[in-house]
Structure formats: structure tokens, C-alpha cells
Design a protein around this ligand. Structure first.
Ligand SMILES: Cc1cc2nc3c(=O)[nH]c(=O)nc-3n(C[C@H](O)[C@H](O)[C@H](O)COP(=O)(O)OP(=O)(O)OC[C@H]3O[C@@H](n4cnc5c(N)ncnc54)[C@H](O)[C@@H]3O)c2cc1C
Length: 468
């Protein structure tokens, strides 16, 4: 059987190669280290963790990443099995001994009879003779390959200093203070004229906010990041605030073209949030890219009226990143629409995090292997953690209605990506739930539904394979 080629032996590529081989299909895994290193990797081990050693919460009932762990274990994940074997104590989180973990992944892949590992850079588009390829080269994809992908996709940018604005769960925004309206009620393509959530600040609130931004604790640039320019038009808000106290009021916080229905006086400044996913459960803070530390971000952004109880699906940040405009470029099985022999996996698809990268690698591997074996796989239900994540990448995110830098941003798995429940859960005696109890019951209902739907999908896939 002709092998499938996987480029990049990180979290996603290692998992993809494993899944392909376990399905009985030969695979060549191309990893450029140690021949050529990235700015962050330090070893030649496969699945090296470049920063923290945490896979985050392992709670499969109340946490979306914990559910993702559970789903991956059910699907025979090498990354999860190796993580479980090399776990170190970390409370409710799954943290791992990074060397033991990477050594275990490397050893398992080297020992597999259907996997061969080629240590070398793929420095351009893979040769035509490779009819099925998974590109899993990560946020630090080598420049030659990044350029080739850029040329192929016709995008204007692929690798840039990525400015990430915080994303807020819609249901945590206080609509008694905020309101829906587009600036000047402009509908724009695909809009209604009331597409943004607006949070008003009076003068004192604005001044207090600027003081907090300037005083807030910031993360410093890593040495290798220092020379990368800011992504055009994406200065961090604290840098803007330092340039002048009025800068933000004339930039992302300008109060023009907006009327607060809750109060007669004109707002002094307004923070706008834009819908981030097709479900309408997540909203991003427009123009609020930041290098403030996470703790400072939560505290300072909750000073904004309407966001006092905001729950963040992700906080802002800035780092060099290479990722595709996947909702536009990829099909539901992660193939490049323009050249379907190429599949993408891992952080380059616009997911964020070790576990998410491995999860997308897992499905890319399964899709590619099933295709090679002649029984293409149905995409996962969007109600599962893996299905919700892949749906977000391949279509769930909606493009901004404004011109400007692309709005698709790397995303961790979170409950905001799941389709809402059809009915709100009630207490055992049929009463409506409130507050923390309601939140807990909703999360439990979402994870119960995910488990049931994954079991159905697994059953159907097994039946489908057996029938063919
Ligand atoms: C500096 C930094 C810190 C991060 N910290 C965290 C964190 O603490 N926690 C977290 O959850 N996530 C973190 N991330 C995000 C993300 O989870 C990791 O980058 C993760 O490793 C992504 O997995 P991946 O498989 O997509 O890419 P990687 O794990 O980076 O794997 C890509 C592999 O491809 C290889 N490669 C690149 N180009 C080529 C080529 N042309 N030919 C052959 N091989 C190639 C690379 O050497 C690498 O081994 C961080 C990212 C960065 C950049």
C-alpha cells in the first residue's frame, strides 16, 4: 500500500502517524529536528512540549478539555496514553514529565512496523508523488514550507506576530448594561445592523480603565520574538494607552454611531464585541489584543460595564504564529479545498494548545487512513468535543463583516463551541436552576450528550467499516 506522508513530528503529527499506522496503513513521518531546529524546540524528541508541561483539566464532566482527553482516550490516542503513563501530580490537571512523555511517544512511533521516520525538512510543497499528505508543522513551521503554503492558498499572510483579542461567553455578558447595535446601524454583508454587543463607559470609568491598563502587569517578549513586527493594525491596547490617554477613545473604544438604549447620556467610550462563532455563543472584544498577563486581563476587563461577570473562552495574547484561514480553506475532513491531497492538522489549522493540536491530528490521521482504505469517515458530531473543535476550524467560525485583518483566531476547546442544549436542565424535582448550580448542570448535560453521540458515531463507523 502506498504510504501516507505526515510532515511534522509534534503533538499533531505524532498522533496522526500513530492513528494511520494503527489502522493498518503505512506512514512516513518527516521531522526536521535535529537537522533544523525551530526557535522554541530544544530536543530531537517527537511531541516535544515547548512550554508548560500541562494538558490542563482532566475533568471529563465539567470541563471541555477534560472531555477532549476522554474522547481521545476512547479513540486510542498515543499522546493521551503516553501522557497518562508519565503523569506528575498537578491537582485536577493532567501534567506530565516532559522528557518521559516525549521519549515514550518517540519510542512507540519508532517501534511501530508501519511507521518510518525521516529526519529532514520538507522545504517546499510536498512532491506530487505523495498523494496523501498531512501537514502538521505547527505554529513555527519552517519559512520555506510556510511560503509554499502561502503561495498555494493565495492568502495575504500566514505567519505573523499574532494579536489575539479576548473572547467572552455571550451568556456571561450583562445585557441590562450592554446592547446590540452596529455602528451607525450599518448592516454590511451578512449583517443585520445590530451585530455587535456594546459596553458603555462614562468619563470616570474610562479614566480608571486607562490607569489600570497602564499599570497592569505585562508579559515580556521572548528573545526570539523581539524582532518580529506587530501584525499590521494590531497594536496591543496597553501600548495604545501608553501613547496617549485619548488614543483608545479614538481607536477601538470610539463612542460614535452608537446609542445606549438603557441611559439617555452619550457614552464617553464604548467597547464593542463581535460575534465569533456561527452559534452566537462567543463574542470577541474588537481591537483588544493585549500582552497583559492573564490575571491582569480578567481583572481589568471586568471593570467594563456589562463585563463585570465576564467568563472568558480565551484571553488575549501576542506571539508569533503560523496558521491557516482554515474556515475558508479547509473542508470538513481537514483537506485543503484547493489541493485535497494535502490535509492539515495541529495548531496550523487554528486550534490552540497541546491537547487540541493532538486531537486534530488524531482525526486527520483517521480521515486520511479511512480514505486510503476506501471507506471515508463521516465527520464527528459537532456535539462532541473533537467534533465541536473541528467544526469551529472548518466552518463554525464566521468571518467578520468589516474589512481588516482576518478575524479567525486560534482557539482552545471550550463549551462555547458546542451547540446549545435544546432544553435547559432542571433540578430532580423539576425546578428551574440558577447560578452556579445551573452552570454545573449545563456542563454535565453537554458532556453527557457528547458521550452518547460519540458512542453512536463509533458504533456507526464500526458498522460502516464492517459492511465494506
Ligand atoms: C512559544 C510557544 C509556547 C507555547 N506554549 C504552549 C503551552 O504552554 N501550552 C499549550 O497547550 N500550548 C502551547 N503552545 C501552543 C501549541 O499547543 C504548541 O505549539 C503545540 O506544540 C502545537 O502542536 P503542533 O503539533 O501543531 O506543532 P509542534 O508541536 O510545534 O510540531 C510541529 C513539528 O513540525 C516540525 N516542522 C516544522 N516545519 C517543518 C518542515 N518544513 N519539515 C519538517 N518538519 C517541520 C517542527 O520541528 C515540530 O516538531 C505554544 C506555542 C508556542 C509557539
Amino acid at each position: 500500500m502506498t504510504p501516507i506522508h505526515v510532515v511534522g513530528g509534534g503533538l499533531a503529527g505524532s498522533e496522526a502517524a500513530w492513528q494511520i499506522a494503527q489502522a493498518g496503513v503505512p506512514v512516513v513521518l518527516h521531522e526536521m529536528r535535529p537537522v533544523r531546529m525551530t526557535e522554541a524546540h530544544k530536543s530531537q524528541g517527537l511531541a516535544e512540549l515547548v512550554c508548560s508541561n500541562s494538558f490542563r483539566s482532566d475533568d471529563a464532566n465539567l470541563n471541555a478539555v477534560g472531555l477532549l482527553h476522554q474522547e481521545m482516550r476512547r479513540l486510542g490516542s498515543l499522546i493521551m496514553a503516553s501522557g497518562d503513563r508519565h503523569q506528575v501530580p498537578a491537582g485536577g490537571a493532567l501534567a506530565v514529565d516532559r522528557d518521559g512523555f516525549s521519549d515514550a511517544v518517540t519510542a512507540a512511533l519508532e517501534a511501530h512496523p508501519l511507521i518510518s521516520i525521516d529526519r529532514g525538512e520538507v522545504a517546499g510543497l510536498p512532491p506530487e508523488a505523495w498523494d496523501s499528505v498531512i501537514l502538521a508543522t505547527g505554529p513555527l513551521t519552517s519559512p520555506a514550507l510556510a511560503q509554499a503554503i502561502l503561495d498555494l492558498t493565495g492568502e495575504t499572510s500566514l505567519a505573523f506576530f499574532d494579536a489575539i483579542a479576548p473572547i467572552v461567553h455571550r451568556e456571561s455578558i450583562d445585557m441590562d448594561q450592554a446592547w446590540f447595535q452596529s455602528r451607525y446601524d450599518k448592516a454590511g454583508p451578512g449583517g443585520t445592523g445590530a451585530d455587535y454587543i456594546n459596553c458603555p463607559l462614562d468619563r470616570d470609568q474610562y479614566e480608571g480603565f486607562i490607569d489600570a491598563l497602564i499599570a497592569g502587569e505585562k508579559t515580556s517578549f521572548k528573545e526570539w520574538e523581539a524582532n518580529t513586527p506587530y501584525f499590521d493594525g494590531c497594536l496591543p491596547i496597553e501600548v495604545m494607552a501608553e501613547r496617549g490617554r485619548e488614543t483608545l477613545r479614538h481607536g477601538p473604544m470610539k463612542p460614535v454611531g452608537l446609542t445606549n438604549p438603557h441611559r439617555p447620556e452619550k457614552p464617553y467610550a464604548v467597547v464593542q464585541l463581535r460575534q465569533d462563532n456561527a452559534l452566537g455563543t462567543l463574542f470577541n472584544m474588537v481591537g483588544f489584543q493585549t500582552k497583559l498577563k492573564y490575571g491582569a486581563q480578567s481583572a481589568i476587563f471586568r471593570m467594563i460595564p456589562g463585563l463585570q461577570s465576564a467568563e472568558f473562552a480565551r484571553l488575549g495574547g501576542l506571539h508569533r504564529n503560523t496558521y491557516l484561514n482554515s474556515p475558508k480553506l479547509l473542508d470538513p475532513t481537514l483537506r485543503l479545498k484547493a489541493q485535497p491531497r494535502l490535509r492539515f492538522a495541529g495548531q496550523i489549522t487554528g486550534c490552540e494548545g497541546y491537547v487540541e493540536s493532538a486531537a486534530v491530528g488524531l482525526m486527520a490521521g483517521r480521515f486520511a487512513a479511512a480514505e486510503r482504505l476506501g471507506h471515508p469517515l463521516r465527520p464527528l458530531p459537532h456535539t462532541t468535543a473533537m467534533g465541536a473543535l473541528i467544526n469551529h476550524i472548518t466552518g463554525g467560525h464566521i468571518e467578520t463583516i468589516d474589512e481588516g485583518p482576518r478575524s479567525f483566531q486560534p482557539m482552545n476547546v471550550n463549551f462555547g463551541l458546542f451547540p446549545p442544549l435544546e432544553r435547559a436542565p432542571k433540578s430532580p424535582d423539576g425546578k428551574r436552576l440558577r447560578g452556579a448550580e445551573k452552570t454545573r448542570a449545563k456542563k454535565q448535560a453537554l458532556t453527557d450528550r457528547a458521550r452518547a453521540d460519540l458512542a453512536d458515531w463509533l458504533g456507526e463507523s464500526a458498522v460502516q467499516v464492517a459492511a465494506e
